[in-house]
Design a protein around this ligand. Sequence first.
Ligand SMILES: [Zn+2]
Ligand SMILES: [Zn+2]
Length: 1012
Amino acid sequence: MFTPLPDKPDHPALELEMLEVWEREQTFERLRERNHGGPTWSFVDGPVTANRPALGVHTAWGRTLKDVFQRYKALRGFDQRYQNGFDCQGLWIEVGVERSLGLNSKREIEEYGLEEFARRCREVVVGSSEALTRGSIRLGQWMDWGRDYFTFSDTNIEYIWKFLKIVQERGWLYLGHRSTEWCPRCGTSLSQHELTQAGVYQDRADPSLFVRFPLLDRPGESVVVWTTTPWTLPANVAAAVHPAEEYGRRESGEWVATSLFPDDRFVERKRGSELVGWRYRGPFDDLPPGSQVDHRVIPWEDVTMDQGTGIVHIAPGAGGEDFELSKVHDLPVLTPVDESGRFYDDYGWLHGVSTTEAADQIIGRLGETGFLVEAGLYTHAYPHCWRCDTPLIFRLSDDWFISVKAIRPKLLEENDRVQWVPAYMGKRMDDWLRNMGDWNISRRRYYGLPLPFYPCGCGHLNVIGSRGELAERAIEGLDQLEELRRPWIDRVPIRCESCGEAVTRIPEVGDVWLDAGIVPFATLGWENPERIPEGYGTGAARGLTKADLPDHAYWEKWFPADWVSEMREQIRLWFYSQFFMSCVLVGRSPYARVLGYEKMLDETGREMHASWGNTIAAEDAFAQMGADVMRWQFCSQPPDRNLLFGFGPAHEIKRRLLTFWNSVKFLTDYGNIEGFAPGWEQLEPTDVDLRPLDRWLVERTKQLVADSTAAYEATLTVDVVRAFDAFVDDVSNWYIRRSRRRFYSFDEAAFRTLWYALVQSLRVVAPLMPFLTDHLWRNLVQGGPASVHLAGWPDLAEPDTALLEEIAEVRRVVELGRQARSASRLKLRQPLRRLVTEGAPLAASHADEIADELRVKEVVFGEVEASELRVKPNLPVLGPKLGAKLGAIREQLARGEFEELDGGRFQVDGHVLEPDEVLVERVGRDGWAVASDAGVTVALETALDDELMLEAKLLDRVHEVNVLRRETGLAITDRIKLWLPDADLIERYRERLMSETLAVSVELGDLRIERA
Ligand SMILES: [Zn+2]
Ligand SMILES: [Zn+2]
């Protein structure tokens, strides 16, 4: 007996039940045991930042994809690691803790105490990692929970130290002095890749200022510049012009580029090169720093003529390109603001004012002193701190860099060997690798990887490569070294290896992407001589994980990863950092294949923001749609497009899944009535007499297995979903529909075939929908594997494609026949005389089925003359192809001057138009209903005669009787006695009435039924 199924699944309830079953039966552990020692498939998890109080739906998306492919590979017998990772350091963690403690600046953190601050940061990681684990388990993700890696472990840190030491030994490490993007709130510079994160560039309205600089040697004349950052004007040292462009002087004496002001009248014109060297009075020469500058006009080829005045204000202490120019032209560099973005003391009345607060005062002052030409507002995309959302400024900073010059060719070469899905993401990686600058690895913060750099006054840079090396060279402080972390590490001075003097560590911590980038080495035991059981849980990770520190042989076995997967923005972040580090350490990519995916938006296509009220908590999604439905939504998404996630799409998915559920319910309901009890060993129905339709479903099932396998191998879940949806449609709307009666009386071949098809389909979608499939598996399969997840992958067999194409064509004809019927508004129960179809020759041997499905008396395969063909250009496709010729072709099509070719193509005036380039409509002539698609046309004769109308009446009555059966609570198989008021029907169709209503007798009378 099958357990009777309710009308629809209660996803959340059955999922919670399955979680208990898996726990009780140790299903995952058994799966791992079974695959242990098998071929390996190496997946390396990109760490999720452990700063959130709960799993979010964004994270659930990525975790679903990771889980799907691990489950698929497990079904195929691959041994896997299943190690989950948490990112535990850096600004994400720090800023959250600052907020919770009400701290607003670095000074306040230091007053609070770095030791306490570090403990609070760790608490956040502990709480968040527990919550993320709970949410992931609820999602159905199978990982080796409890053996996770935490990037703040001392082991992880030591591995990065080792990497940095190698970088230094190769001469690629240097201290740079440059003007760089800076967050005044976080008090640190940011690296190039941090600026590429989502949400960094936001629209923002800034002042738009036109400012004149009076020329010292040309009285009454000035050069006019344009700026949107007033705070940089006190740091102005030069004005740049394009040497080859033309500049003109207005009557007012103001010089600007003429091309930018085509309507202005100019009294004098000069090339930019002629302006070079002119000296001018700076806008803030009344303040000490400006007063010492000899302001002049300089040439610069990069001055653009798209906005502003064509003359660019140059402040090397407050702009990246400006700083580079200062080196070329030997310009002074004024640094106006401190770490927190406030003006230094020597800026007089500006001192202590922030860059944003200063804007109004500066504009007011420029107005008073006559420098201001015009002030307005300007909206542009401006970079903000990815963590705290503060608008960034440029600031001069000494940062540690890794030079990328020497390794760049290797990076490009290795990236060529990686298989990127979708392919364009590989191109993005290539672009990034070609264009990225040196890697800024230092941050002026607290809770992060301590950079092991100890510069000595003697000129030697000491870099520590391991904890052991630190212990050897430490002068003091080892006993208090709880973790390799500030503040403890800062209390351990070492001896300079060159001169023997005591040296201290620089205060900076490392870019958080070093933490995640080292993972393919730190977690796999690269160059570690001996496995240390539970040895990864060191430093802050102590007590949080039982992960081993494996030995080098283990690394050899699991490196490189066969597959990694994250969002597209990780190209410049985690995909990049681990790639870079791996190429440095071992000269090869750390992964063979990548699946990237685009962004998640809400179901209307807007970004999700807590403040907009359109975010969805994973918790709510689990409770309201269920994890399987969420997963199905994630997996239905082509990775090259944004996912529009929400309850609306979930509802639609539930509706589609219900068709599948109903097919299973149909089998279990009738199976129970008929005592159908299949054995697992008889899975494939080879021992029963199959009818052609059964054989077709067997082949169709093999095709599902083949299509899904190809989709999984291409890491495209969307293709698995498509294959499954089409299969379910075939099972429900063709096989069951055409075989219904065989289930009312026990027809073993039908039961066995349907059971086989459903069981196999559960197996192929089990990775996507692990709960529902296992729930149904345990009902459908007796005496076989206890769980669908332990059943392995179905055998692959070449399906009979000829047969499949044949039936596909039959279904196409039937589908078009239905369309034609519905367009003609003829009710479905009205039989028709004739159907003519063209373009579906494979369907010819199935005329009876087509006639039956569409209620026509005759099916003719031949030319459809009953219709007129109308062909129009499909403008979005054909427009770009034809260009200017489009108009003429369109007219010719409208006049019917075209020739129809095979396969839905058309020829017009020498052009062959493909099926997707045209919109084809067949309009029935009088008395015919026509539908056509992709080269197949179906025409239905709509004229009715008395006989057809009588038969329609019969079918209406049969329908009424069946409704009546349901209303009176009779089972579908109960025999009845029937009374009908229609003498004509009883006389003409007595036998058919009896068989179609399961009646044992039919008498004349008011419509009623009785159980026989
Ligand atoms: Zn910030
Ligand atoms: Zn020294």
